[in-house]
Write a new protein. Structure first.
Length: 117
C-alpha cells in the first residue's frame, strides 16, 4: 500500500465546505447578494440558528462578506468575497457531476447497486 497523506489544507477546506448547508449557501450566493430572509426562502429546510452559524463561519473564513446598510430598518446583505467567487468553478463542476451521477440508480429504478466488472 502506498504511503498517502491528505494535504492538511485540502482537509481543512473540505471540512468547512462539507458542513451541512454550507455548500448550498455558497451556491445560492453565486447568483448575487442576498438578505437573510432570501436565504431562508431559497433554502427552506435550514433553521435560522444554523443559517446564522454558517454565515458567521463563512464570513470569518473570508468566503462571504456581510454588508450592513444604515437604513431604517437596517438592511444586511451577504455576498461572496473574491475568495468565495474562486469557488464558483468548483461548484459548477460539482453541479455537472451531480447531474450525471446523483440519483442515477433512483432515476433508473434500479434496486441493486450497479456493479462494475
Amino acid at each position: 500500500m502506498e504511503d498517502y497523506h491528505l494535504c492538511p489544507k485540502f482537509e481543512s477546506a473540505f471540512e468547512l465546505i462539507g458542513k451541512r448547508w454550507t455548500g448550498l449557501i455558497i451556491r445560492v450566493l453565486q447568483t448575487g447578494p442576498k438578505r437573510f430572509k432570501d436565504l431562508t426562502e431559497i433554502i427552506p429546510n435550514v433553521s435560522g440558528k444554523v443559517l446564522t452559524e454558517r454565515l458567521k463561519e463563512l464570513e470569518s473564513e473570508g468566503i462571504i462578506c456581510r454588508e450592513v446598510y444604515p437604513e431604517m430598518p437596517v438592511r444586511i446583505e451577504y455576498s461572496l468575497s473574491t475568495k468565495g467567487e474562486d469557488l464558483i468553478p468548483v461548484f459548477n463542476e460539482l453541479q455537472k457531476w451531480s447531474i450525471k451521477w446523483v440519483g442515477l440508480q433512483k432515476d433508473l429504478q434500479i434496486k441493486e447497486p450497479i456493479r462494475k466488472e
